[in-house]
Ligand binder design. Structure first.
Ligand SMILES: C=C(O[C@@H]1C=C(C(=O)O)C=C[C@H]1O)C(=O)O
Length: 163
C-alpha cells in the first residue's frame, strides 16, 4: 500500500502557505497574530469531527494545536521580514474570514491523513518513514527555510501521537 504520508505533508504545507496571506491581512489590519478564541473554536471543531474520521479527539487536538503553532511561526517570521524590508509584501490581499474558510476546508484532509497514518505512527520505523517522506516532500515542494521549519514544527512529536 502507498504510504499516506505524502498527502498529509501536502495538506500540512498547504495550510502553512495560507499563513502568508493571513499574515498579510494582519499586517494590514494591525490585528495580533494570536487569536485565542479562534484557536479554541478550531480545537472544538476538530474534536467534534475526529471520531467520524476514526481519530481520537485528544490526538486531533494535539495535532491541530501543532498546526496552529506552526502557522503562527510563519506569520511572526513574515511580519518581521516585512518590517525589516527583507521580503516584499505579497501582492494580493484576502480578508481573514475568507482565509479562515480556506483553513477550515483543509480540516477534513488533515483529519483523514491523521487517520490514515495511525498504523504507521505506531510502527517501530515511523521516524525513518517520516524522514524519507519529509525529504521527498521538501525536494519536490522546495519551501523556504521559514516554511520548512514550520512544517517540522507542525509535525511535532508525530510518531508518538496515539490514534
Ligand atoms: C491563522 C490565524 O492565526 C493564528 C493561527 C490559527 C490557525 O492556525 O488556525 C488560528 C488563530 C490564530 O491564533 C487566524 O487568525 O486565523
Amino acid at each position: 500500500a502507498p504510504t499516506p504520508l505524502p498527502a498529509l505533508l501536502d495538506a500540512m504545507a498547504q495550510r502553512l502557505t495560507l499563513a502568508d496571506q493571513v499574515a498579510r491581512s494582519k499586517h494590514d489590519s494591525g490585528k495580533p497574530v494570536l487569536d485565542e478564541a479562534r484557536e479554541r473554536q478550531v480545537l472544538q471543531d476538530v474534536a467534534q469531527a475526529a471520531p467520524a474520521a476514526s481519530v481520537s479527539p485528544a490526538t486531533a487536538q494535539t495535532f491541530f494545536a501543532a498546526q496552529m503553532e506552526a502557522n503562527k511561526l510563519v506569520q511572526y517570521g513574515l511580519l518581521q521580514a516585512w518590517r525589516r524590508n527583507e521580503q516584499p509584501l505579497p501582492a494580493s490581499t484576502t480578508d481573514l474570514t475568507a482565509l479562515r474558510t480556506q483553513l477550515n476546508e483543509l480540516q477534513a484532509r488533515l483529519l483523514g491523513g491523521l487517520a490514515a497514518t495511525g498504523e504507521l505512527r505506531a510502527a517501530a520505523d515511523c521516524p525513518a518513514q517520516l524522514e524519507r517522506a519529509l525529504a521527498a516532500h521538501l525536494a519536490a515542494a522546495r519551501p523556504d527555510d521559514l516554511h520548512r521549519l514550520a512544517l517540522v514544527r507542525a509535525l511535532g512529536d508525530f510518531c508518538t501521537l496515539p490514534r
